[in-house]
Ligand binder design. Sequence first.
Ligand code: C5P
Length: 227
Amino acid sequence: MSNNGATAIAIDGPAAAGKTVVGTRLAKKIGYRFLDTGMMYRAATVAALDANADFDDVEQLAKAVENIDIEARSGAEGDTLIFINGVDITPRLRSHDVDSRVSVVSAIPRVREIMVDAQRKLASGGGIVMVGRDIGTVVLTNAEYKIYLTATLETRAERRFIEMKDRPGQPPLEDVLAVMRRRDDIDSSREASPLRPADDAIILETDDLTVEQVVCRLTDIAKGVTS
Ligand code: C5P
């Protein structure tokens, strides 16, 4: 399998560990591009929902993803925007419905194959911060730096709850926590590219750190500053 990642920083970790907010800011600071690969798997889930696929049927789910064109582009803030067949579907990607189904779709090997291929193409120009679950272990095994961001389930569920609290139909904290626990379980126990730190990853526990502190630490790492 081809591999790249010559000038890439891989950031992996469970849901709501802070990968996206930290990764976007880090990329801006060091002049790299940013790609949130979770958004691609979320888009695959939207495609399956739109195709009315049966979520117990792997073939149907894979077909729904094979039949569309998913494109990731950078937004004005360096954030990731996703287009399906040329239409920007980014606002739909963070719904509770997608949250609760995305791990089923992302566990399908054919879906991962399509996504990993696209991710490696996007990284081939170098200078990229890529965040996800398998970036350091599978997608960019040659990345300059591999970071694994984590925090307890409770901290992460609270963060996600606060982030979504003004949205209509916001579920209670217990539901956010339950969906996150299930997602963590599926993501780390699946056969295809399970969530785990790469052997050479730097592990950062963020429970007691502010976003700014994590960004500073990662900027130092990216600049080769040791502490
Ligand atoms: O990072 P985010 O929470 O948006 O990711 C959504 C889901 O996409 C994860 O729970 C996981 O199932 C899947 N994912 C993955 N591999 C990645 C990124 C995300 O399997 N590289």
